[in-house]
Write a protein that binds this ligand. Structure first.
Ligand code: DON
Length: 306
């Protein structure tokens, strides 16, 4: 709560995860990410009143990748309400984040909004609702993180677009099965930009505060209803770490969302948000040291939801 001194806790976690830093591999299927040094580690905690503490590389921007999927979903729910759930499910997929297989036999309705297919549908909806999905997202994240410097890394977006055959396949499949409203190329361009947002642990911890505040933005205005915030947290718990969501719930016990840039954001409802970054990821796309740090966090504080 307000006034908690997180620094000793963060220092202890950083020391505890040191052997994990450098484990896993930096994502290389997006070539622009391959050059990031594997030895980074940063972690930040933001209280619901906006106080932030951090350790290590907590102020250094990195590629948020799939963490962006939380915010596009929240904006779509805020702007368009529950309609989006007719086009995307809420069940864990049990398959890799970029898998194509379920989409055909489930008739173009992605299992959840955090796998790539589901996020393409959400971005398509945000594009229809706003006319500029990436712009709406950037405006929101700049405001919530109190950082006008939050922006897209164009080199990362271009790199992903050049090597984006799998996402293009998913986009065309969704269009063929009648689950896109906009041109595939437009949806992909907005999706690649959202994934290429460069933000720090500090920025992400602050920007996710609305989920710890049961839907309230940093300025006290309401983005989501209490029920919608509960629902987004629920989908993060069950689907936020893809085919390792069970393991993440087992070890961390919080709603969380990972990205192949090595970032993870987790929510302690009613209390705080935690963002961690270390670029070495496991085969499911989750930061090895990041999951370990969050495991330490909930073990030391007792603040898992269980
Ligand atoms: O679409 C992709 O494959 C990437 N831009 C994002 C994937 C991702 O971050 C999965 N998370 N662990």
């Amino acid at each position: 709560m307000a006034g908690v001194d997180y620094q000793p806790l963060l220092d202890e976690i950083a020391a505890g995860v040191r052997p994990q830093i450098g484990r896993g591999a930096v994502a290389s299927y997006i070539p622009a990410l391959a050059g990031v040094g594997i030895g980074h580690f940063g972690m930040a905690v933001a209280d619901i009143d906006g106080q932030v503490a951090g350790v290590g590389d907590w102020r250094r921007p990195f590629s948020v990748q799939s963490i962006s999927k939380i915010y596009t979903l929240a904006l779509v729910l805020a702007e368009g309400g529950e309609d989006v759930w007719r086009r995307v499910g809420r069940e864990p997929s049990g398959t890799p984040f970029n898998s194509l297989v379920q989409l055909e036999y489930e008739n173009g309705i992605p299992r959840n909004p955090f796998i790539n297919a589901g996020s393409l549908v959400v971005t398509d909806r945000l594009l229809s609702l706003t006319g500029d999905a990436r712009g709406a997202l950037r405006t929101f994240l700049r405001a919530e993180s109190c950082n006008r410097g939050v922006d897209f890394d164009i080199a990362v977006a271009d790199s992903e677009a050049e090597h984006g055959h799998r996402n293009a396949a998913l986009g065309h499949f969704l269009a063929d099965l009648g689950n896109l409203e906009n041109d595939v190329a437009d949806v992909l361009a907005h999706y690649f930009s959202q994934c290429a947002l460069a933000m720090s642990c500090r920025d992400l911890a602050l920007a996710t505060g609305f989920l710890a505040r049961h839907g309230l933005r940093g300025d006290g205005s309401r983005l989501l209803s209490v029920r919608e915030a509960k629902q987004v947290n629920g989908v993060m718990l069950t689907c936020g770490a893809y085919d390792a969501a069970g393991e993440f719930a087992y070890r961390v016990g919080l709603p969380g969302k990972s990205g192949v840039g090595g970032g993870i954001v987790a929510v302690v409802p009613g209390r705080c948000t935690v963002a961690v970054w270390s670029p070495g990821i496991d085969e499911q796309g989750n930061s090895v040291a990041g999951v370990a740090a969050l495991d330490h966090f909930t073990t030391l504080t007792g603040w898992s939801v269980f």
